[in-house]
Design a protein around this ligand. Structure first.
Ligand code: ADE
Length: 225
């Protein structure tokens, strides 16, 4: 799995790429991730990446040439899947995360300002993705969401394959409640069944709780299923 990120703020990705599961996955060579500075693909003295919009109006638009130069260079030697993060994109969900993990070679393009010259979209973008119906300052945080979610799907990244297979959404249900020591907290005890050692009963209880949580919090998941 390889992911290239193109952004005007590569520094945002430093600690993120070095920490926790993503950091470990990179250190173990399971995923390769690189953040590129879009400004390195500019050709003017000011390294500018934006300009006023044709037709007027407020805000600035990211210009096409640095993006096209970046896309010429990144993945020039292989087949890559280019994703523009934007609030106009298709909504990211578990099914799409799994598809992206199968694609294996992704370029994440982080837009900023009012948007990106439409011709970039037409010429080089394979897919446009949004992480939700709200507007962020740019695609960087959304790219991190994609990276973290996709990396979890790479075999070996999450210690127990079981924990990816069984977590929320994979089986169409939300997660069941989890408990650990101490047995009583604020007067609340751990459900007896979890301390019974009866694995069949525990498994049934977890399934019941997952169903109950899904019905209460995300009934739409049951309707679709
Ligand atoms: N850039 C700005 N807002 C975004 C969103 N909701 N999803 C993805 N990229 C974005």
């Amino acid at each position: 799995m390889r992911i290239d990120v193109v952004t005007i703020f590569p520094g945002l990705f430093g600690p993120f790429l070095e920490t926790s599961l993503v950091g470990k996955a990179r250190a173990a060579g399971l995923v390769e991730i690189e953040a590129w500075d879009l400004r390195d693909f500019t050709s003017d003295r000011h390294r500018s990446v934006d300009d006023e919009p044709y037709g007027g109006g407020g805000g600035m638009v990211m210009t096409a040439p640095p993006w096209l130069a970046a896309m010429d260079r990144i993945g020039a030697d292989r087949s890559v899947h280019r994703i523009l993060l934007s609030p106009q994109g298709d909504r990211l969900d578990d099914a799409r995360v799994r598809k992206l993990a199968e694609v294996g070679d992704l370029v994440l393009m982080c837009g900023r300002y009012e948007g990106i010259d439409e011709r970039v979209r037409e010429l080089v973008v394979d897919e446009e993705l949004s992480i939700g119906d709200y507007v962020l300052n740019g695609g960087e945080v959304a790219a991190m969401v994609v990276i973290e979610a996709v990396c979890r799907q790479v075999p070996g990244v999450v210690g127990l394959a079981d924990s990816v297979e069984n977590e929320s959404f994979r089986n169409g249900l939300l997660d069941y409640p989890h408990y650990t020591r101490p047995p009583v907290v604020g007067g609340l005890s751990v459900p007896e069944v979890l301390r019974s050692g009866d694995h069949k009963a525990i498994s049934e209880w977890r399934r019941r709780m997952a169903l109950r949580a899904t019905r209460a919090k995300r009934p739409d998941l049951l309707d679709e299923g």
